[in-house]
Design a protein around this ligand. Structure first.
Ligand SMILES: *Cc1c(COP(=O)(O)O)cnc(C)c1O
Length: 505
């Protein structure tokens, strides 16, 4: 056992026992005590089917050791519950614990997707209410909660566009027009939906280049995919004109509304001519996410397109055999549905979290979410603009895209600024995205951070900028204080070590 050397001056981190679970194993230790059997003991099945216990390398550890080990793992990571996490485009906001409490209520947590409608009326009512709230928030009243992620919402939305045009006898329309600033999932979803991608330029103000769009919108256009706010964190001021151009050309407008955090109660996408959108419940509507955890990407459309929604949507009918409220909820397959896009009805527990979040804030609360998210991002932008270049010099929405060009000219690229932030206990912003901004640092503070936290972030960014002049090596070799420093990301992705192996294997 290699105990870490501890001196009176060691930090709490030095004192942590970092050994792997296997290395904590002591023969005979165990975490549970099984009671004496109260049923007749019978022989094991065919012994040939059993592995030799000696071959199984399992840790023998007591309960306290297990708790300490997994608590340690959780503390080696950055999380919103421990650190400021301004990861642009991801909306890493505080997720009220109430949402988790509601999702774990037995009536929600212990139901099965194959249960009969009658037995799960409460769950269906929550889904129906959530459909209404999302329809109201986006101005696109027909909603399916089925998609399991933002990208799946996009994919569903594009299949809806294709199906709607095909129903009009225009299946030859096979082009998705996508701005060069779009989120990377947009062209990927378009390709999966069988569309050809044609890129539309961004103008010097960070807007869609309207003249370029006008030239490219034609009788091949199936759909235009607009990320709103754009990945530059900007509102698209020409949105009505743009949508008109697409509609005049006979196409449909898809809005990537993954980041509704800037728009709630301020702009309804349906009001400005959008036909289809999705939203990421696991960003705006507060579900812990990251690392590929569960998400939900409902798709919202105009009434005209409702019949193409993925299966299922929840519908409500007056019914004499229904409960006290006289309604009966059921799952319904829209008549021209693009079909099922996954096994069941969506990420149900994420839907409960989103509904809880909306209910606890109410309409006015949701509007103040967006107002505060926008103010927080602009505060950071205004305080840092003398030190860092801005991708576009304009009032931003819920995130600001800085450029580390001036710092790169002094020999320290944006990557190292991101790494150095970790030493100060701040998660790095989104890096090198959008691709059209050199040395991009995309900062999204969210509305849940206090002015004190924003001020600390600003001071840290200024301190790093000073370090780049006075001691660039410190920044170039960061981070200095984390359990691991510079990871070999390529090898980690190509030859991941996913489980413990005995020495020498
Ligand atoms: C996060 C995001 C997506 C993708 O969402 P996933 O749930 O990760 O699939 C799409 N578009 C934008 C603008 C996003 O920020």
């Amino acid at each position: 056992m290699n105990a870490p050397s501890v001196s009176p001056n060691s930090s709490i981190a030095d004192m942590q026992d970092r050994r792997l679970l296997m290395d904590r194993s002591v023969p005979g230790h165990h975490a549970v005590a099984l009671p004496e059997p109260d049923v007749p003991v019978s022989d094991l099945p065919d012994a040939d089917l059993l592995r030799d216990v000696g071959d199984l390398q399992l840790p023998e550890v007591d309960q306290l050791e297990v708790i300490r080990y997994f608590t340690l793992l959780s503390r080696l990571n950055f999380s919103i519950d421990t650190n400021f996490y301004p990861l642009g485009s991801c909306t890493m906001k505080y997720n009220p614990k109430l949402n988790d409490q509601m999702a774990s209520l037995g009536g929600f947590a212990n139901i099965h997707p194959l249960q009969d409608d009658v037995a799960v009326q409460g769950a269906l009512e929550v889904m129906h209410e959530l459909q209404k709230w999302l329809g109201e928030a986006t101005g696109l009243p027909a909603v399916s909660l089925a998609p399991l992620a933002g990208a799946q919402g996009e994919y569903a939305g594009l299949l809806i566009a294709r199906a709607a045009l095909e129903a009009r006898g225009e299946s030859h329309r096979n082009v998705a027009l996508i701005p060069d600033s779009a989120h990377g999932t947009n062209p990927a979803s378009a390709a999966m939906a069988g569309l050809d991608v044609v890129v539309v330029k961004t103008d010097e103000f960070g807007n869609v280049d309207v003249e370029d769009l006008r030239e490219k919108a034609d009788d091949k256009t199936c759909v235009f995919m607009l990320t709103i706010p754009s990945t530059l964190g900007l509102f698209e001021p020409n949105i009505i004109e743009i949508n008109q151009i697409i509609h005049d050309a006979g196409g449909l407008v898809y809005a990537d509304g993954a980041n509704l955090n800037a728009l709630l109660g301020l702009v309804k996408l349906g009001d400005v001519g959008v036909d289809i959108c999705h939203s990421n419940l696991h960003k705006t509507f507060s579900t812990p996410h990251g690392g590929g955890g569960p998400g939900a990407g409902p798709v919202m459309v105009t009434r005209r397109l409702a019949s193409f929604l993925p299966d299922p949507v929840v519908v409500q009918a007056r019914s004499s055999d229904a409960g006290p409220r006289g309604y009966r909820y059921r799952l319904y397959r829209p008549i021209e549905s693009i079909g099922k896009i996954n096994g069941f009805h969506g990420s149900f527990s994420i839907l409960v979290r989103a509904y809880t979040y909306m209910q606890s804030l109410g309409g006015d609360g949701l509007r103040s979410v967006s107002e505060n998210a926008v103010i927080n991002a602009n505060y950071i932008q205004a305080q840092l603009r003398d030190r860092f270049d801005l991708a576009v010099d304009r009032i931003c929405m819920h995130e600001t895209v800085l450029s580390g060009k001036r710092q790169a000219d002094r020999g320290v690229p944006a990557l190292n600024i991101a790494k150095r932030l970790l030493d100060y206990g701040i998660h790095a912003p989104t890096m090198y995205f959008p691709l059209i901004v050199p040395e991009a640092l995309m900062v999204e503070p969210t509305e849940t951070e206090s002015k004190e936290t924003l001020d600390r972030f600003i001071s840290v960014m200024q301190a790093i900028d000073d370090e780049i002049s006075s001691e660039p090596e410190t920044v170039l070799n960061a981070p200095h204080s984390l359990p691991v420093s510079r990871l070999d990301e390529a090898t980690a992705a190509r030859r991941p070590v996913l489980r413990w192996q005995p020495d020498g294997d």
